[in-house]
Design a protein around this ligand. Structure first.
Ligand SMILES: Nc1ncnc2c1ncn2[C@@H]1O[C@H](COP(=O)(O)OP(=O)(O)OP(=O)(O)O)[C@@H](O)[C@H]1O
Ligand SMILES: Nc1ncnc2c1ncn2[C@@H]1O[C@H](COP(=O)(O)OP(=O)(O)OP(=O)(O)O)[C@@H](O)[C@H]1O
Ligand SMILES: [Mg+2]
Ligand SMILES: [Mg+2]
Lengths: 466, 466
């Protein structure tokens, strides 16, 4: 006889933490650090604050085969209001990024996974010091997650006067393998800095019996435009979502008003045309819709010919940052960059930017190397199921005069209000057809310019030989 | 200023359904069907009942660009007690497989994802008819999920007298792309049947404007031994889990009794030795343990030299079923199979079985083809991040006299009390080091026998030529 039970959501993610990137002691160290850094960058850059980020990894006296690490990430961001701190750090599925806007964070889970991992390896509470924007006080918390109930346990809390501190500082204690994680963490931070020339990043970490410091100083205070929250697009609708939107609306509102107010890029004329052609009265009120009408309305919205979403609210890197970053990290002899026009999938807008680097300091490889970014996050793992790898592998590079081994690196950045991540660990992007198409167009665009460059070199070489 | 909110767990999985395999209208059809079939097989085979499974896919009149499908899966399994039916189908993270036992289901999520998908595409409720083992009544339900609260809404419920029906029948209405899903679903069902010669499987599905029937009749009523629930192993422990186990115990129980009762393969002598060597009194009671003692105890358990888990409770396919299945589906000229001794990772036991097929009806390919199974589930997607693909690709096949293109297929089956799935869609197995090692040993074992076979053919061919 089977024994039924409900599993608490915190317990579910604790048991299945491998699915959120906490697979082994090396990757868990990497995931912990990156979740904290991504929160810090969201808290600064998305709010017009040039980021000052400090990342300190300390090795403490370990009582096991693994390293005992103290991880601290500090930022000068907007901070967290004290009434939200306990749940933001110790209640799974709690956050401020559940809106239709481009951001690094998406699941309301990241820092909680790190806290869970810290708790299960060391039992030590997470320490958070924060002073929210405009608040003269500084709040200090020490907390753990009660896994059974998914609620925070605040062990210590204090308030003090701010001495000019504004932002957030998070400290966690975890067990893991620093030795094998180090190169990945260093690479992650370098790549983050490369595409964020407006950020100061200070990274101090253990090396042999001492420490090493990696410092990136900002070369500009000019930030990219902050991403904006946008209304959903009709192509992203489904019966459940529509039902939920209607439930929260005034019952006497007309369908015409409902559609123009709730959906992006739908003006009164378009909305009226859509409603009439789909068999709905423009003055019909929401209260008159039965469930099967809502299903019919959702279907009609999904199949009608709307103007597709543009890049509204999106914040791409820009070709200048992409070029500079590629130059700095790869030191190639040739670079081609491109930015595709905005596109969308299922109603979510996205923009693909691509850079191709050739020669110079690049080591030849049997297949093109790829460097991936998504919503400004460097993606280092799970390359084999990433859409960029798929695109780069299906291209016949001989048509672009490339013969392997070749010194070729393809760099891609995708930004979107909803990135189609493969997994909760945010490491690979799924091969959604529209996205795959745009990446392919971008790569081929750059590849054509590489071909011109290689042809030019070929002609010059023949010329010299005469 | 950021707006904080808690996201309900049902809403989280609804929004992120792509991460659970519901990525597009083709794969969503596949995922819906397989989640139902896996539940049906768990309900029969794991309880000593030779499975009779009926899978009916019907195309209904569609009002959109997509197919409207009625999916029905019926089994003769142990059924579901009526008090559990609503939550089993309409409350995310509810199920009977949260125990340490080999089963197809693991997350308590699968059928709910199918119900969510059905609800958001068609708005129609799920229909469940069930008669639990030993219960003369038949219960019929029509239900939906209230996504906001993660609770079931029972729209209809009726009880009637059973006319010999025992088992469960689930009917869902979904929108999706049957045309592109068909070949995957057919392949999934064929592969399921191939390794379950004790099952009757009847599959009726749309083809052109009509239907096609695929029928597998059992060739034996002998079932493999049912997997058994086993105690956790000390290597699988962590501070949180230990704390939770201790909280549920009598406070006056001694550490010695606690360890021998709660952990697999730990006898009194071993437990006493472990406790003394780790600095804990054997008669010390649980109530005297502070949090930091529990952390220290967990660490000690993780690093001590315990006898590793064996295959206790596991139920492998067996080489006979593996051979017969490979013969039937691939019709090769040569087969080698092997079963590795039980191994474990992080305290979870697993067994790797492998088969290698060569020639005959197999078409030559540029790299070896692979056919994967895990806990008897055929894995058809995400091959590129599966551990079997990684192992097969890193082997230098020329040492086994294989030159590509070659007619070579590698078949693997892994069974475990906890499969290291990459994602919630249960499609690929992560490359845990111990697992990767065992799969490599198994493949090389079979490859050596292939080499003997190919050498023999080589010698015979040279012989004939003289
Ligand atoms: N350094 C920080 N500064 C300001 N706010 C923060 C910081 N770290 C976390 N937060 C807040 O806590 C919330 C929860 O963080 P968490 O990492 O768990 O989720 P997320 O970033 O929203 O999504 P994801 O799971 O993808 O990381 C965030 O949404 C944000 O509002
Ligand atoms: N056909 C069936 N016969 C008997 N019990 C069933 C059947 N289908 C579902 N159940 C019960 O409902 C529970 C929930 O099913 P669900 O598919 O959501 O989760 P699961 O199978 O436990 O795990 P997974 O998410 O990996 O599929 C199961 O654990 C099982 O107890
Ligand atoms: Mg985050
Ligand atoms: Mg299931």
């Amino acid at each position: 006889p089977e024994t039924f039970r409900a599993l608490g959501v915190a317990e579910f993610f604790y048991r299945n933490r491998a699915i959120a990137g906490f697979t082994n002691p090396t990757r868990s160290v990497y995931q912990t650090i990156r979740e904290l850094i991504e929160n810090a960058l969201d808290a600064t850059e998305m709010h017009g604050i040039p980021p000052d980020i400090r990342v300190i990894v300390k090795k403490l006296q370990s009582e096991s085969d693994f390293d005992l690490l103290e991880i601290t990430v500090e930022d000068n961001g907007i901070g967290i209001p004290p009434e939200h701190v306990p749940r933001a750090f110790c209640s799974v599925l709690y956050g401020s990024k559940y809106v239709n806007r481009q951001s690094r964070g998406v699941f309301g889970l990241g820092v909680k996974m790190a806290v869970l991992y810290s708790q299960l390896t060391t039992g030590r509470p997470v320490k958070v010091v924060t002073s929210p924007l405009g608040d003269p006080a500084v709040y200090e918390f020490e907390m753990t997650i009660d896994i059974k109930t998914n609620t925070p346990k605040v062990l210590k809390k204090s308030v003090s006067r701010s001495n000019n501190f504004q932002g957030t500082k998070v400290t966690l204690y975890i067990e893991g393998s620093w030795g094998s994680a180090k190169s990945r963490v260093v690479e992650y931070i370098k790549r983050t800095a490369i595409i964020a020339p407006y950020a100061n990043i200070y990274f101090r970490y253990p090396e042999d019996d001492s420490y090493r410091i990696l410092r990136f100083s900002r070369s500009t205070t000019e930030l990219p435009p902050a991403p904006r929250e946008v209304l959903p697009h009709p192509y992203g609708v489904d019966a459940e979502r529509l039902k939920s939107m209607i439930e929260h609306e005034e019952p006497n509102k007309t369908l015409l008003r409902f559609i123009t107010e709730h959906f992006a890029g739908v003006g009164r004329v378009t909305a009226a045309k859509f409603l009439r052609e789909s068999g709905f009265g423009v003055r019909r009120t929401l209260r008159t819709l039965k469930d099967k009408d809502i299903v019919r309305l959702a279907r009609a919205m999904k199949t009608w010919k709307w103007k597709r979403p543009g890049g509204e609210g999106l914040s791409p890197l820009g070709e200048e940052i992409l070029k500079l970053g590629i130059q700095e990290v790869l030191k190639p002899e040739f670079i081609a960059t491109t930015c595709r026009p905005p596109s969308s999938y299922e109603g979510y807008g996205f923009i693909v930017e691509c850079g191709l680097a050739w020669g110079g300091a690049i080591q030849p490889t049997q297949t093109p190397s790829i460097i991936r970014f998504a919503n400004r996050i460097p993606l280092l793992y799970d390359e084999n199921i990433d859409v960029t790898r798929k695109v780069v592998d299906k291209i016949d590079w001989s048509t672009y005069k490339v013969a392997f081994p070749a010194p070729l690196v393809v760099v891609t950045h995708v930004c979107s209000t909803k990135l189609p991540f493969h997994g909760l660990g945010k490491e690979a992007i799924a091969d959604i057809p529209e996205l795959e198409h745009e990446i392919e167009m971008a790569v081929r665009d750059c590849a054509r310019r590489l071909r011109e460059h290689l042809s030019k070199i070929e002609r010059e070489t023949r010329h010299i030989r005469r």
